[in-house]
Ligand binder design. Structure first.
Ligand code: B12
Length: 587
């Protein structure tokens, strides 16, 4: 008798499991794709697997559970970073589900989400697999054609349709009535139920009372953060953004008379704060609020009153325009460690305006910074972008010169500029994606399949889905990384980073850029056999570098020091730590 090579994981029974895939599956032993250091946007603590799952996972869990379903969450991405030996097939065998839900929300997950669906269907051919999220909505008609995708749920608010779906999952007659659903019937025919559920509010608040944190115990620099968004869609219309006013209307098939931002009812916001109050040690948490610039004044007032009661360690708000005085005062009163994030995208007003921003000049911003600091704002983060219309190498260099002046002017006052290249993707559904040529863009990938294959290219330059008239794909990567490196140097010059930190960032970026060129040259070889052979030759070098990035620790531009993962709110690992450690050791 052959012994079972795997210790069995206790089986998880659920009506639905929502699973978040790594951007690329299986990243662990791939010697043919190179993932450079710091190749994400840099403001959030993630690796190039993009471990955040959609906030909607948490709200879906709440609504569907309240309707009598057993709902579980699994962040496969975090799990594989933390337990790298785990056999995913064996893990899937321990799932007993009525339905598996996978997000394809951010397009960057296209390869990983599809690969995970395919593997799951091999293990459980009878269990239906449903896709959802923004990219799923945009590409629903393409996704449903993959043999291992049984259903696609469209929409920015899927709570009601998903409740209906779980109620009638085994009954085709009932399935045919579920709004927003694309599905395959028993004959394998694709059925489109139509996109008719258009919610006028973002219907459901999240229950934050229990979040993944237990596994961070002992970490010296724990990542303790909760996040909130009060709306979907956007009040603004940046051409590169897949969540802009026009993109949101387009992706959700809404006409231009419809509202481009829908809001969470205040009672649901209140509920979120009540549940956040129950997080153990919440006064050590940072509260990251996103999209606050799409709120009305009275709603934002209500929100800040709740922030004042919440007593978080610190709070950050994203602002589109320069925050007016009365709001600055109120923010500081609500929390003394308030930081504001601005995203002018470029110091050059012409570029900033073409990026959809340009609501203020650098001089106006500086005047405002001085005032905000006077009011007691604790920190101001200023984000610049690489890959905008009219932005060439010189323009990026000039942005860095501007950052130098800015850092000097506000030395020692927590004014932190950042910059990031827009890679790998220009958002599908954004205005520039829809009409690339008039805006100076050229697309390399348009369809799901093109993006999926694109994400398996060895070189990050070839994974990028666009270039501009002003910056080629290679420039986007080179100029972008150069800019991040230069900022690290500047931050040391002005005493923000210790010399050791910036030396390490610069050394790793230098290596990433030099090695990207090696990989890129091979990845561009026309003959696939020669290409494969040459890639195999440097396979060990790729793997060594990837393993340096894919660890149970994460560093990003905003915090370039490795911090342990496992305690981030989205690190939902489904089984307890001991069970997973044993399974990992035996796999
Ligand atoms: C908040 C936000 C974030 C937060 C994360 C919040 C989170 N974890 O959900 C932060 C700041 C961390 C973030 C990061 C990123 N973001 Co973002 N983000 C947004 C924003 C502003 C709002 C999204 C939101 O909260 N919606 C409301 C919540 C409650 O609902 P939801 O999560 O969408 O879920 C509902 C539905 O989508 C659906 N659903 C979702 N998944 C699934 C799965 C199944 C199976 C089903 C049935 C349904 C379903 O049902 C849910 C319930 O109704 C949008 C822009 C916008 N205006 O929409 C951009 C947006 C989604 N982000 C975008 C991008 C590109 C990114 C980054 C890749 C940027 C980067 N380079 O780092 C990263 C990815 C991070 C990662 N995955 O690790 C793009 C995506 C474009 C695309 N098609 O790929 C958008 C559209 C615009 C933009 N450029 O910012 N983001």
């Amino acid at each position: 008798m052959i012994a079972n090579p795997y210790p069995t994981l206790p089986t998880v029974h659920a009506d639905m499991l929502l699973m978040h895939a790594p951007a690329v599956f299986d990243f662990r032993n791939r010697t043919d794709i190179y993932f450079p250091y710091l190749s994400t946007s840099g403001d959030v603590p993630i690796t190039p697997l993009y471990e955040y799952f959609p906030l909607g996972f948490k709200s879906l869990k709440r609504v569907l559970s309240e309707n009598g379903n057993k709902i579980e969450l699994l962040n496969l991405s975090s799990l594989l970073l933390k337990y790298p030996n785990i056999d995913v097939t064996a893990l899937f065998k321990a799932l007993d589900l009525r339905l598996l839900g996978i997000d394809l929300h951010w397009m960057v997950h296209v390869q990983g989400s599809l690969a995970v669906a395919e593997l799951f269907k091999r293990v459980h051919p009878q269990t239906p697999v449903i896709f959802g999220g923004i990219s799923s909505t945009y590409f629903a008609h393409e996704l449903i054609r993959y043999p291992f995708v049984d259903m696609v749920m469209r929409g920015y608010d899927t709570h009601q349709p998903m409740t209906q779906l779980l109620g009638g999952l085994e009954n085709e007659q009932q399935l045919s009535k579920v709004p927003n659903l694309f599905w395959k019937n028993r004959q394998g025919e694709i059925v489109d139920n139509g996109y008719t559920h258009i919610s006028s509010t973002l219907s459901c608040g999240i229950d934050w009372s229990s979040i993944a944190s237990q596994q961070s115990s002992g970490a010296s620099l724990p990542i303790q953060e909760v996040i909130a968004t009060q709306n979907a869609g956007c009040a603004y219309n940046c051409g590169w953004c897949g969540g802009s006013r026009d993109a949101y209307l387009r992706i959700n098939q809404l006409d231009h008379n419809m509202k481009s931002t829908i809001h969470k009812p205040l009672a649901e916001t209140e509920y979120e704060f009540q549940t956040m109050a129950l997080i153990p040690g919440k006064e050590k948490y940072h509260f990251y609020t996103v999209n606050s610039y799409s709120e009305t004044n009275s709603r934002f007032d209500f929100f800040m009153d709740r922030v004042a009661e919440a007593n978080f360690k610190s709070v950050s708000y994203e602002q589109f325009k320069l925050t007016p005085d009365d709001v600055l005062r109120k923010m500081v009163a609500a929390n003394p460690r308030t930081s504001i994030t601005l995203s002018p995208e470029s110091h050059d007003l012409k570029v900033a305006k073409r990026a959809g921003r340009g609501a203020y000049t650098p001089a106006e911003m500086e005047e405002w910074i001085a005032k905000a600091l006077d009011y007691g704002i604790y920190q101001i983060d200023i984000w610049y972008f690489v890959g905008m219309p009219d932005q060439d190498k010189k323009s990026v260099e000039a942005t860095l010169d501007y950052c130098d002046r800015l850092l000097k002017k506000f030395e020692g006052q927590r004014i932190y500029p950042y910059i990031c290249p827009m890679i790998p993707f220009l958002d599908p559904g954004s205005t520039f994606f829809e009409q690339p040529e008039p805006h100076g863009y050229r697309l390399f990938y348009r369809t799901v399949e093109e993006h999926r294959l694109g994400m398996t290219r060895a070189s990050v330059i070839n994974r990028t889905n666009y270039e501009t008239k002003w910056l080629s794909r290679a420039d986007l990567v080179h100029v972008g990384f150069w800019a991040v490196r230069r900022l690290a140097e500047l931050k040391t010059k002005y005493g923000i980073y210790p010399r050791g930190v910036s030396n390490s960032v610069c050394r790793r970026i230098d290596d990433a850029l030099a090695f990207t060129d090696v990989v890129h040259e091979i990845d561009c070889l026309p003959d696939p056999q020669v290409r494969q052979r040459e890639l195999a030759r440097i396979g060990d070098e790729i793997l060594r570098r990837n393993r340096d990035v894919f660890r149970a620790e994460v560093a990003n531009q905003a915090f370039p020091i490795e911090r342990k993962i496992g305690g981030r709110w989205f690190d939902e690992l489904l089984w307890d730590q001991t069970t997973l450690e044993q399974f990992n050791a035996a796999s």
